[in-house]
Design a protein around this ligand. Sequence first.
Ligand SMILES: Nc1ncnc2c1ncn2[C@@H]1O[C@H](COP(=O)(O)OP(=O)(O)O)[C@@H](O)[C@H]1O
Ligand SMILES: [Mg+2]
Length: 319
Amino acid sequence: MQDAATAAPPPAAAPPAAPPATAPAAHRAAPVRDALFEPSTLGPTGRPLPDLPLPPLPERHGPARIIAMCNQKGGVGKTTTTISLGAALAEIGRRVLLVDFDPQGSLSVGLGFNPHSIEATIYDLLMRRGTTIDEVICKTNVDGMDLLPSNIDLSAAEVQLVTEVAREQSLARVLRPALADYDVILIDCQPSLGLLTINALTASDGVIVPLECEYFALRGVALLTETIDKVTERLNPRLRVDGLLGTMYDGRTLHGREVLKTLVDGWGDTVFHTVIRRTVKFSDSTVAGEPITSYAPGSAGAEAYRQLAREVLVRCSAG
Ligand SMILES: Nc1ncnc2c1ncn2[C@@H]1O[C@H](COP(=O)(O)OP(=O)(O)O)[C@@H](O)[C@H]1O
Ligand SMILES: [Mg+2]
């Protein structure tokens, strides 16, 4: 191992020419069990906010549930969600492994690593036979949360993998030895639907789709769903959509509220009740190389990701 979101007034009519945002029934996440709901106030998604209890500590660790953070659009909060959700899960006793699967290495940088001085990266694990996962895993400053780092080398892997046998299963193969040691493995995908992302989806049990609460953000969802469908049919039948996550939400604007409504109209309970509001604290925490849960532990952003962690655990145990 190396060292190392208020009740909104009803929105006006939907924007013109609403993009397709309907989910095939097979991909809808199981609704959170009613018993866990104490409907109180309406949440930002227009549905009653569930009361999500703090889950008990796990009696033992593993086998890990693998979740890909996926959206082919950049700048929607994939990396921020991977770091913050991972740290929030670690806070409640889960053993978490974050996988930086973007050659830009933003996840590694966001956790305070210099991508150029990392000795071994996920590239070595994928492409150099004999590299073990223990040689590549880095400890982060968050207790219980480790990282498989990456840097620009990974872009070469995308080219080299094309000629490999079972090229879509490469990530699944190298993660297998770590499954028993972790409760959750979060894969931060690159902003494309290329071979690296197909590898992430093939390795995963679930997908979380972060979506910026902007009208144009909805347009790519249909294409992403099509890709997820293909992976499910051809490569990985256990894959399902764990949830769509609204990010960078500004409840003061009608626009933001309309986007959330369109999302819930199309996808129903697949949309997480938790919505991440827009705040500069996220950029500040990236500069500090720390998750928001430790950089600004009492902030609304940290609280939102703690709520998301509980919602994810409830959904996964219900499914
Ligand atoms: N809820 C939020 N509010 C404000 N800024 C955010 C929020 N989430 C992420 N950001 C910022 O937006 C930028 C893009 O986020 P990032 O997580 O890197 O997106 P992606 O990985 O999808 O490209 C980063 O500078 C990040 O700090
Ligand atoms: Mg990113």
